[in-house]
Design a protein around this ligand. Structure first.
Ligand code: NAP
Length: 287
């Protein structure tokens, strides 16, 4: 079997085109979705992610403001800024680019952002809403993965989904969203024993580890749906995933590439959440 490749880049583009039209319409009603991104320090990867978010916001018409602060910014200064943004009418989404410098408590920052403006979906209130099956701002990468599966009419219900990785931003929430869609979910992590037995049972395999080519084709089940979240830089300086694409493609029924896979969907779902927040704020969500 040779897998069909799910290009997140293509789905992201068509979703952004639809959002662009929606934002144009909202603007005629006086609603301008606003996103503020806070970047602290000089981390090159964070700078590049933020640039991607700025470009995508501009394309869609979301009013995006970037606040760059020096590495020396104190926790108190950052929390004060977040409080100001929480109270600012024109801001519907606040995103603090992670990771933060070591002297700033990440969890405290996440919990200071108003749940109503938490377009990353990391606030415990929004995580709780997701876990209890309520509508909320879903974390962007997991939410993007669900959209990718749905775009190919892949039935999730009843499937065994195996998630490799249990981070708060990818592994745990993607498992929860798949459970909400009635999959049977198994989590694997660095302490899992005999992980191959779980991998070989996976109808849907989500890999979010951060190790180049951690999963090879011969580990996976025939016809599996393989979603590669990993982004790793090779010795040659190119980007590659956690899955050995060429060998996995011969066993899987669907597979995502790296790059052009999950990454573009993450930014797209951030814009989706920002527009949703603006609509909720103006009382026009679900009309
Ligand atoms: P993370 O916080 O470092 O978590 C990695 C997870 O992998 C942990 O749960 C860890 O287990 C597990 N793990 C590590 N080594 C393992 C091993 N040998 N066997 C089994 N499990 C192992 O990473 P993350 O933030 O979830 O990101 C994962 C990857 O996705 C990274 O490459 C990141 O760059 C990428 N990513 C991509 C996007 C996107 O939009 N495309 C978004 C976010 C992340 P323990 O919990 O036991 O330590």
């Amino acid at each position: 079997m040779t897998a069909e490749v799910i290009y997140g880049s293509e789905l992201a583009q068509s979703m952004r085109d639809n959002m662009k039209e929606e934002v144009q319409q909202l603007k005629t009603e006086g609603i301008v979705p606003g996103l503020t991104v806070i970047l602290i320090g000089e981390d090159p990867a964070s700078k590049s992610y933020v640039l991607g978010k700025q470009r995508a916001s501009e394309y869609v018409g979301v009013d995006s403001d970037l606040i760059t602060l020096p590495e020396s910014t104190t926790e108190t200064e950052l929390l004060t800024l977040i409080h100001e943004l929480n109270n600012k009418e024109s801001v519907h989404g606040i995103l603090v680019q992670l990771p933060l410098p070591k002297h700033i408590n990440e969890q405290k920052v996440i919990e200071t952002i108003s749940p109503e403006k938490d377009v990353d979906g990391f606030h415990p209130v929004n995580i709780g809403r997701m876990m209890t099956g309520k509508d909320t701002f879903f974390p962007c990468t997991p939410f993007g993965i669900i959209q990718m599966l749905k775009s190919k009419d892949i039935k999730i219900e009843g499937k065994h989904a195996v998630i490799i990785g249990r981070s708060n931003i990818v592994g745990k929430p993607v498992g929860q969203l798949l459970l909400n869609e009635n999959a049977t979910v198994t989590y694997c992590h660095s302490r899992t024993k005999d992980m191959d037995q779980f991998i070989s049972q996976a109808d849907i395999l989500i890999v979010a580890v951060g190790i180049e080519h951690f999963i090879k084709g011969d580990n996976i089940k025939d016809g599996a749906i393989v979603i590669d979240v990993g982004v790793n830089r090779t010795k040659e300086g190119t980007l590659t995933g956690d899955v050995e694409f060429d060998s996995a493609k011969e066993k899987a029924s669907f597979i995502t590439p790296v790059p052009k896979g999950v990454g573009p969907m993450t930014i797209t779902m951030l814009l989706h959440n920002t527009i949703k927040s603006a609509k909720i704020h103006h009382g026009v969500y679900n009309r």
